[in-house]
Design a protein around this ligand. Sequence first.
Ligand SMILES: [Zn+2]
Length: 494
Amino acid sequence: MSEEILVNVTPRETRVAVVENGVLQEVQIERVARRGLVGGIFKGCVSRVMPGMDAAFIDIGLEKAAFIHASDVNTLPRSSQSVPAEDGEVVHEAISNLLHDGQQVLVQVVKDQIGTKGARLTTNITVPSRYLVLLPYSSDVRLSARLEDEEERERLSELMQELLDGSGKKFGCILRTAAESASKEELRRDLDFLLRLWDSIVEKIGKVTSVAEVYSDLPLAVRTLRDLNTDDVENIYIDSRETVLNVKTFAEKLVPELVGRIQRYTGARPIFDLHGIEDELEKALRRKVMLKSGGHLVFDQTESMTTVDVNTGGYIGNRNLEETIFKTNLESALAIGRQLKLRNLGGIIIIDFIDMAEEEHKRQVLRALEKVLEKDRAKTQICEVSPLGLVEMTRKRTHESLEHILCEPCPTCAGGGSIKSSQTVCYQLFREIMRVARQYEADELLVLASQSVVDLLVDEESDILAELEEFTKKTIKLQVETLYTQEQFDVVLL
Ligand SMILES: [Zn+2]
């Protein structure tokens, strides 16, 4: 598989596209104005302990106080403070035994402030790098669940324990999925980088006297490089000289084998015009996705879930009906896997494939979906195929959906997704004309409406308009108001 990373940098926004064999698979967007705080480490101050909620509010310098629950307050040494209850649930210490008003505390943001809810914090500080996540307040060595091979797990934990022991520090760490088959040298380099980084954080903590941020996660372009799967990536093209330098500096320290693949893009065409990325992004915001086979998908997002409906294109004869349906469903499975990544949809997802008669076909479509989901960086799980053939799945993501980042609810339909038809508006307008005619003594009325409504009035509905003129004994003039939406109109007395 040949993978290319394209990075588009403008002063306010960085966009990263992952392109596989010329097809856009994933996109990440970071805006300066909305850059979240997740991963940021703060020196905070407890503003209020709330025993009733077993939580506390912490001032980290934001407008709204952030929130921490007692179970997210690190209690070293773990063994003496958190004891597993009989049912296996870990019982944590009460908040009033952990924190008190006015106390200074080092915290990390795990969830951004959303709406009226303040940011959510933990004192279980983690600092990620390429293969490892440093746990400065733990001495555990843990492994990503995605590292499945038993022998490899053993090799990695032994290597890691050895490296940690040799570092002279009592830190713990998590081995990320990317650590699979990493050499001792690579792990050592990663650990060294994290230890230096942690030293610099500690130094900063010592310098600041009040509430302040002491570490923020890396900018998107660098983070992308940190989290890449190096084997697959052929080239990384960046259209900003400054970002090329930043990313290269980082790569030299951490992933030297990538340095040669980082290139500055100087083409005349905008970088996101390559492989039609800009068009693909536009399409990823639409409800309908066309399939090559002639069928299409319809994505609907509600607050609780996303549904995907698979449709065949137009008329299919009786001949080979099952075969056509099978092919459409197979193509859909691949397209859905890609769209879920591209749109970065999360939560419950329900897919309504077209009904298939043959068990073997059903099996193959599900297999195709499973296979495409395996490559998803977000954690996905197919939960059930319902008796009606609906595939229920979940997808866990850490960032907002593409639509959420790029869009806001449409003011015309108020987010509902549909507006009144021009015919409906037309009939509403007729009622308004009757009301105005009864109420006022004018000889002429002027109707201001959108193009589509006026078109209908002078064509299909012209009979009724003539009848209305007769009935009200008034002349009715029409005028197109280009700035009006289809639902807007006015009846003016002349
Ligand atoms: Zn709308």
